[in-house]
Design a protein around this ligand. Structure first.
Ligand SMILES: C[S@@+](CC[C@H](N)C(=O)[O-])C[C@H]1O[C@@H](n2cnc3c(N)ncnc32)[C@H](O)[C@@H]1O
Length: 362
């Protein structure tokens, strides 16, 4: 963990500033990395830095037996459920050979600039929160555009991502293990809040958006990508199967995905032989397993409409709101917070009820 990360993080329990204690470090100057130590706030809450990564989920609290500690650990329950399913997913990701969602890192870098509607020049020197950074390769790709990136995810995938990308000299990407619903980010501290394919995997998508938006500066850019309902019988059958499989115990779900991947790969090979699929859809076995796990295993997987998301942005009086990306599976909407609005004001909105397009497995 680089010391400048302290500018963007706070104690997830009470929002107060954190300091580093008992630090073991490597490197020097801008590349000085805290490999292990403690992050402590004035109220005495302590969280570990392990393998160079700040561990700031509620259940990472180095706690005593107090009632407060029990309450904080209770807040960790949903995050643990999310981590359990996605953690296994990223175990199948191969940083050397896998693409993410059929795209190379370079493709995703170009797409990122379209998604957030900012040029590389505008991004230089800015701070981007990649909320739900997954395997972490995209956070690193974004940082190569010249900005500082905080890649935050609830899973242990941040450990490998840190080792691969943050320990390189001059790296501008920082990984944090965090639960976005109990966010450890300093209010109004980042210029871009980017969250691709993440918020709809929480019990309430709008509440997750409200939670991460606290970190965005007035005038900052917000981009979220969420699932939508697709037309067609294939999609409906997939949803029906998912609603059954996603309720199964983890080992059974993962066995299902492995078995299902066999027929899925056979169908892919046939389509390839008949020249019926694009290069992008010719997946390796690991890429296929990650794809299938993403469809069938997460506990929550809500779907939304563009109007609904734009309604959420309207609650924050966001300007320049446009749908900047549409795919088979979902869409992304970008907007800018008004410049004059402080973070404390723009977070007083209540989370609205999610609409009927939702599909929950649990
Ligand atoms: C489908 S993946 C998308 C990853 C990445 N944004 C990308 O585009 O490649 C969803 C990720 O969001 C993370 N996630 C979902 N809810 C979260 C939460 N409340 N806190 C932290 N991470 C969360 C999951 O752990 C998972 O890695």
């Amino acid at each position: 963990m680089k010391m400048r990360v302290l500018d963007w993080i706070v104690c997830p329990v009470d929002g107060s500033p954190l300091r580093v204690e008992n630090a073991v470090t490597t490197g020097e100057g801008d590349d000085l990395d805290v490999v292990s130590g403690l992050l402590v706030c004035d109220q005495g809450h302590a969280f570990p830095i392990r393998d160079g990564v700040p561990r700031l989920r509620p259940d990472d609290l180095l706690a005593d037996d107090s009632d407060e500690a029990a309450e904080i650990h209770r807040r960790a329950a949903e995050g643990k459920t999310i981590a359990a399913s996605f953690g296994r997913e990223w175990d199948h990701f191969d940083h050397d050979t896998s693409r993410t969602w059929h795209e190379t890192v370079e493709d995703r870098q170009k797409l990122f600039m379209q998604e957030v509607a900012l040029t590389q020049e505008q991004l230089r020197g800015k701070v981007v929160l990649d909320a739900g950074s997954g395997n972490g390769s995209h956070s690193n790709g974004i940082s190569q555009l010249g900005c500082e990136v905080l890649g935050a995810d609830v899973t242990d995938a941040v450990t490998e991502a840190h080792k691969r990308y943050s320990t390189k000299p001059g790296s501008r990407v920082h990984y944090i293990q965090a639960d976005l619903m109990n966010p450890p980010f300093k209010p109004a501290s980042v210029d871009v809040m980017y969250s691709s394919g993440v918020l709809h995997h929480n019990p309430d998508t709008k509440a997750a958006l409200d939670s991460v938006l606290k970190s965005l500066k007035p005038g900052g850019t917000c981009y979220i990508w969420v699932y939508h309902m697709e037309p067609g019988l294939k999609f409906k059958l997939q949803l029906m199967l998912r609603s059954v499989v996603s309720r199964w115990p983890a080992p059974l779900k993962h066995t299902f995905v492995r078995v299902w991947s066999v027929q899925s790969m056979i169908r892919q090979h046939i389509r390839t032989l008949l020249n019926l699929n694009d290069e992008k859809d010719r997946l390796t076995w690991s890429e296929r397993i990650v794809d299938l796990m993403d469809i069938y295993t997460p506990r929550y997987r809500f779907m939304h409409t563009q109007e609904e998301v734009k309604g959420w942005y309207a609650e924050y009086d966001m300007a320049d709101v446009v749908t900047s990306e549409v795919r088979d599976w979902g869409f992304g909407v970008v907007g800018r917070l008004p410049t004059g609005l402080g973070s404390s004001e723009h977070n007083t909105h209540n989370s609205s009820e999610q609409v009927l397009t939702q599909e929950a497995s649990g």
